[in-house]
Structure formats: structure tokens, C-alpha cells
Design a protein around this ligand. Sequence first.
Ligand code: PRP
Length: 215
Amino acid sequence: MKPLRIALTKGRLEKDTVALFEKMGYDCEAVRNKGRRLILPVGDSLEVVLAKAADVITYVEHGVCDMGVVGKDTIMENGSSFYEVLDLGFGHCRFALAAPQGADFWSGYSARTIATKYPATARAFFESRGMDVDIIKIEGSVELAPLLGLSDAIVDIVETGTTLRENGLEIVEEVCPISARLIVNVASLKLRKREIEALVSRMERETRKEKGETK
Ligand code: PRP
């Protein structure tokens, strides 16, 4: 049987997933010593693919990877033609609306300008408030936009809050919590149901142990 192929978001989520696999008893030696290789075996039954977050979704949606590990932020921004089967309990952070300290973001009637790496998420948030805003897409270090006078506020990921604080910004409102999710290709779940369900159950059990839940 060919191994189940699972795409991991390179970086922290990759490391946390590999640690999870090791706790489950998988041999992750090849990933630990990967060098510049991007496709690696994990034990005999799994193969991991290392990709950027949005590409994890693309590979899973197209079925070239059976499963993927990706942040809820990327899922919210990039559609959902796949099953989201498990909250892995790591990669915790949150989406937040943030503005310069002391600015009264909600007051006044003029249209606000929002800078973000996540335009769909930002748009959905303001639509839920019935508020019309101008959104400007930024690729990184979004905190710069209000500092440079490009936007009134940002919608971005906040983890420790240090980047906001050190740049004179503060949270106006939390949008939603984020964590790493396990996603599965729709056809794979039909064709390789037993293997995938067994793996998901084992990952779920290990994740619960990590959270200190018994069961
Ligand atoms: C993320 C995010 C914030 C920062 C938040 O940026 O966009 O800038 O981390 O973390 P903190 O609350 O712990 O300070 P990232 O490091 O991914 O870089 P980028 O902004 O260039 O994408």
C-alpha cells in the first residue's frame, strides 16, 4: 500500500506535527535530517510534504496530498473544499483588529482603511459588523501600515502581542482564535477511509493527552 501523503506547513507547525508523530511512535529521523528535501518518509505508512501554508490547502484540495496540517487562519482565508477533521491543539494565536494606541477606532463616520495579509477574513469580520471598509492587502509586517499612515488599523495574527506593543499598536477587538487543523481530501477519505480514520483517531488521542484530557 502506498503511504498516506500529508502536507505540513513548513516551520513551527511542521515541528509540532513531527513531535506529535514521534510521540505516536513514528520514526521521524528522515524529517529531522531533511536537509533541503521536501518529501520525506515518516515510518513506513506516511510521507510528509513540506509546503507553505496556502500551498498545503492547494495540494490537499487537488488530491495530490491526502491530508494536511495548516493554521485556521489559512483555512479561513483560502476556502474549504476539504474536510477539517481535527483541532491539533498547537499553533495557538488569534486574529485581531489592532490600531494605534489611544486611537478611538469605532468613533466617527468616515470609511476606515484596513491593512491586512488576510483580506477575506478582514472583509467577513467587518461585514458581520455591517461596516463598509477599504481593505489594502499587505504581504508582511502589516504593523507598518498604520505607522506609515497607510491605514487606520490592521487585521492580523497576534501571538504574544509583542509586535503590536513594540510598534505602539493595541488590540481593538479580538476577531477569533486560531490553531493548527488537520484537513483531509474529500476523495481520499472515501478511498482510504479505514487508514485515514485510524490515523486521525490516534492523532486525536495523542492530542488529548497533550491537552491533559483523559480518554
Ligand atoms: C506574525 C504576525 C505578527 C506577529 C505576531 O508575523 O503577522 O506580525 O507574527 O506575533 P507576536 O504577537 O508574538 O508579536 P510573522 O512573524 O509571521 O511575519 P510577517 O508579518 O512578516 O508575516
